[in-house]
Ligand binder design. Structure first.
Ligand code: C5P
Length: 243
């Protein structure tokens, strides 16, 4: 089932895509990464944008373990740009990330981790994150201001209103020096943390932010898929944007 890692240059940036989730909050059916957006699986959109980024030289996808061959065939048909490798994901997101990390060639120095569930994250965002790590940051995350008022609750009672001016909503791709990410994934509390930057913070490293992109929103619930279809129909080549 496993395939040899593509040859890459020393200091290369690789992008890892955990895509092995069932996506139950989206409703029953195909694994989330393989749900269609504009007639094409979300994973294909995500991989295309990563592979098209100027600074990315390799993309490693962690697929549902029973669909590795299928995902490999799907991406072979649909993708151009940086070389691609597909490995079996794990039962949790973090295990899927670890499976992909284990497959990276030694030459990779910078790792981006990008959720397949953010199919429309723009190429420019991918390069901006990679550039910030290349420029010296240990860990980089794209963020957007929080627009809703946020309250802390206990049961159904409000405890306090949180000052949102210091809050940010976090997206992917998140970028890391490879050694920093690998060390963070040795943390035994790894499964309690919902993103890779959270692990890196716990390990005591500095995480810096860059501006995120509205299109990089995560498709979690059915309404997100409706929104993604609407956005895709505007931004796809030949779409209505700019008309
Ligand atoms: O479920 P959630 O939206 O948080 O998943 C985030 C990403 O992690 C998705 O791209 C999903 O496919 C991936 N994942 C994975 N392996 C799992 C669970 C989730 O690769 N076991």
């Amino acid at each position: 089932m496993s395939e040899p890692a593509p040859r890459v240059a020393e200091g290369t940036v690789a992008a890892i895509v955990p895509a092995a989730g069932r996506g139950e909050r989206l409703g029953p059916g195909t694994p989330k990464a393989l749900r269609l957006l504009g007639g094409v699986p979300m994973l294909v959109h995500a991989v295309r944008n990563l592979a098209a980024a100027r600074l990315v030289s390799l993309v490693v996808v962690a697929a549902p373990p029973d669909q590795v061959a299928e995902v490999r065939a799907l991406l072979a048909d649909h993708h151009g740009g940086a070389p691609l490798q597909v490995v079996a994901g794990g039962p949790t997101r973090q295990e899927s990330v670890r499976a992909a990390l284990a497959a990276l060639p030694d030459e990779v120095a910078v790792v981006l981790v990008h959720d397949a569930a953010r199919p429309l994250a723009p190429v420019e965002l991918v390069d901006a994150v990679a550039r910030a790590v290349r420029a010296g940051a240990e860990a980089v995350i794209p963020v957007l201001p929080v627009t809703d008022t946020v309250k802390r609750v206990a049961g159904d009672v409000v405890v306090e209103t949180v000052d949102r001016s210091h809050l940010r909503a976090v997206q992917t791709p998140q970028g890391f020096r490879r050694a920093v990410l690998e060390e963070a994934h040795l943390d035994p509390g790894v499964e309690d943390v919902t993103d890779d930057a959270g692990l890196v913070e716990r390990a005591g490293h500095q995480v810096v932010v860059v501006p995120g992109a509205e299109e990089a929103f995560k498709v979690t619930r059915p309404l997100d898929l409706v929104l993604a279809e609407a956005v895709w129909s505007r931004i796809r080549p030949g779409g209505s944007r700019g008309r």
